[in-house]
Design a protein around this ligand. Structure first.
Ligand code: HEC
Length: 217
């Protein structure tokens, strides 16, 4: 009986038991300290995020004399890549007059890009040849004039740039969908379309004319 009591409730701890107990206590204390640290740092984060020192868009501010938190742009600020001082390249005009000049030399690659952009953006109404019978027109949209009429054949290239940029009558602007240089490439391709419908034998290189007449016979 005595032995059982002394096993479950030791009256006095011997040396080994005492060391084990104090090690347990130290472990517990370390765990508690670590837990407190984690809790404290978690609370710290939360407070930081809640008291985020920023303004919501358009919220007022007492800091600036005009009472606005948003700062106006510095006068004369230009968005990177949008300093458009080249009048011809960005308006199709020179001194306010529609020009018949391209602002950069048109290469075969430019024409091919122009054809691709024309087919994507313009052919739904103007059709692939520019005669104005595109699918949207067949479904009831107002028919545009053919590119092959006298007036548009004589129109300066800057006119096509201008129509794409600003729209024309019932046709809306394509400025947001076709970049300025691509508008020139499309204008160049329209010139090619016009030539395709009005070319004469004299437009064919002399050494290739024979092939055409052979085929025609
Ligand atoms: C949704 C149909 C539609 C699309 C797409 C369209 N157009 Fe037009 N376009 C028209 C219509 C309609 C007119 C005639 C507008 C009028 O006279 O009121 C027109 C007129 C024109 C004219 C003749 C302007 C003049 O002097 O009479 C040109 C050039 C032209 N478009 C070029 C283009 C080019 C280039 C594109 C592609 C970037 C394009 N259009 C895309 C419908 C369209």
């Amino acid at each position: 009986m005595d032995e059982v009591v002394s096993k479950s409730v030791p009256a006095v701890l011997n040396g080994r038991q005492a060391r084990a107990a104090s090690a347990r206590f130290r472990r517990l204390a370390a765990l508690a300290a670590a837990l407190a640290l984690v809790l404290l740092s978690a609370i710290g984060c939360r407070v930081d995020m809640h008291v985020d020192p920023r303004y919501d868009p358009l919220s007022p501010s007492t800091f600036f004399p005009d009472g606005r938190s948003a700062r106006p742009q510095v006068p004369g600020t230009v968005i990177h890549g949008q300093l458009r001082t080249d009048e011809l390249r960005y308006t199709g005009k020179v001194n306010g007059v529609v020009s018949n000049e391209f602002p950069f030399p048109i290469t075969r690659a430019d024409l091919e890009r122009g054809r691709e952009r024309f087919n994507v953006n313009c052919s739904p109404c103007h059709d692939y040849t520019g005669s104005g019978h595109g699918m949207i027109v067949q479904r009831g949209f107002q028919a545009p004039p053919s590119y092959h009429i006298e007036r548009l054949r004589n129109a300066p290239v800057g006119h096509f740039f201008d129509v794409i940029t600003n729209g024309y009558g019932a046709m809306y602007s394509y400025a947001s969908r076709v970049a300025p240089d691509d508008r020139w490439r499309i204008a160049a391709y329209i010139r090619a379309l016009q030539l395709s419908q009005h070319a004469t034998l004299n437009d064919v290189p002399a050494d290739s004319r024979g092939q055409l007449t052979e085929k025609a016979q």
